[in-house]
Design a binder for this molecule. Structure first.
Ligand code: APR
Ligand code: PHB
Length: 393
């Protein structure tokens, strides 16, 4: 068995694991990343694409902000389309000059992998059966199989950045782990297509036929979503039907703005809110989707992974530089305080904008009133804008 020694063993080469490795590497802390999939799979995964200022700052500080600064699209506002009226929410004006940057998570991942490999960092793909050992000791270990041989990584700490389905969260004892969850009765059917954006900013549309979101990746590539049933079969959704549905969920006077084009990706994302507590057990720390999932309506998933990484990297740097465990001890509590606020926002945006079914009941009316209130009140819109651009780390 080949054994490697490192300071922080990281499971998962998604944005959380890669960004953590990049920041620690800059601080002179050694890391090994173990990823189950191959590089092309990881680089091809399509996810959301709205970065908060704090995430952008973190990418820049980690030395991976160059292409993001060049190609990212600055968005100073968003639109809500409701009952045939499109209203602008001026993020910059409402938040004293803050904005978001539209840049695909796929690109974030590619930039982080390129930086890691250029720096000669240890990043291992195709790791089978990654298993955590001795996480309560001060020399935890990871084992995995690659090819025909078994390997071992001995470290000081393990960062569980292995997403929702990874083994890290399962390594917490059932008696300690508490899970909070909400599953929504719908999903999003998303497409990537070669077409110009519908408008200068993203449009979030609440429509009797269901929610739709008109987003973009560049001035030539759009990312659009429609609310669908969670078990939707893509066979039932040929491109023409998707475009027709996207058009119908715009306000009538905006429908001519939708331009169609070649669809090159189509998938269905289920929607759930999920939080696991605590995010630490012994020398194991969870970060990103390993600890929590948000529905994509507020575009918070990647940004939460970034804020976790910010807290965890600072705690690890303080440990190695000053022998201080204070940041490690408070990591779970500090990260969760921000996570719950983003959970609230994502749940609230999801509730307010989606169609929950045909019932005309009390809840439906309250959701409608909530949205009408937000769009008529500067105070409420300011709150929405403050959360959308991202609460401070
Ligand atoms: N062993 C090694 N790696 C694993 C294992 C395993 N058993 N299981 C999962 N992984 C890897 C996945 O293949 C993936 O590359 O862990 C990585 C987790 O990455 P993400 O799922 O992208 O999660 P995270 O890095 O926390 O990023 C959060 O991703 O899902 C979105 O909305 C979410 O935008 C947010 C972001
Ligand atoms: C996206 O462009 O993929 C996107 C944008 C905003 C969201 C969710 C996803 O709220």
């Amino acid at each position: 068995m080949g054994t490697t020694r490192t300071q922080v063993g990281i499971i998962g080469a998604g944005p959380a694991g890669l960004l953590l490795a990049q920041i620690l590497d800059k601080a002179g802390i050694s890391t090994v990343i173990l990823e189950r999939r191959d590089r092309s799979y990881v680089e091809g995964r399509i996810r959301a694409g709205v970065l908060e200022q704090g995430t952008v700052d973190l990418m820049r500080a980690a030395g991976v902000g160059e292409r993001l600064d060049r190609e990212g699209l600055i968005h100073k506002g968003i639109y809500f389309s409701v009952d045939d009226v499109r209203t602008q929410i001026d993020l910059e004006e409402l938040t004293g000059g803050r904005h978001v940057v539209v840049y695909g998570q796929t690109e974030v991942t590619k930039d982080l992998i390129a930086a890691r490999l250029a720096a000669g960092g240890d990043l291992r793909f195709d790791c089978v059966d990654v298993t955590l050992h001795d996480v309560e000791s001060d020399k935890p270990r990871l084992t995995y199989v690659s090819g025909d041989s078994e390997h071992e990584v001995v470290c000081d700490f393990i960062a569980g950045c292995d997403g929702f389905h990874g083994p890290s969260r399962q390594a917490l004892p059932a008696s300690l782990l508490k899970v909070y969850e909400r599953v929504y009765p719908f999903g999003w059917l998303g497409i990537l297509a070669q077409a110009p954006p519908v408008a200068d900013e993203l449009i979030y549309s609440r429509h009797p036929r269901g929610f739709a979101l008109y987003s973009m990746r560049s001035m030539k590539v759009v990312r659009h979503y429609i609310q669908c049933l969670p078990d939707t079969d893509l066979e039932d959704w040929p491109d023409d039907r998707v475009w027709d549905e996207l058009r119908l969920r715009l306000a009538p006077q905006d429908q001519h703005l939708l331009q169609t084009g070649k669809v090159f990706e189509k998938s269905v994302t289920p929607m759930r809110s999920f939080v696991a507590e605590p995010m630490r057990f012994g020398r194991l720390f969870l970060a990103g989707d390993a600890g929590h999932i948000v529905p994509p309506t507020g575009a918070k998933g990647l940004n939460l992974a970034a804020s976790d990484v910010h807290y965890l990297s600072r705690a690890l740097m303080a440990f190695y530089a000053e022998n201080s465990e204070a940041g490690l001890d408070t990591y779970s509590e500090t990260a969760l305080a921000r996570i719950w606020k983003a959970q609230r926002f994502s749940w609230w945006m999801t509730s307010m904008l989606h169609n929950f079914g045909p019932a005309d009941d009390f809840d439906t009316r309250v959701r409608g009133a909530e949205l009408a209130y937000v769009l008529s009140s500067r105070a409420a819109m300011t709150s929405l804008a403050e959360n959308y651009v991202g609460l401070p780390f």
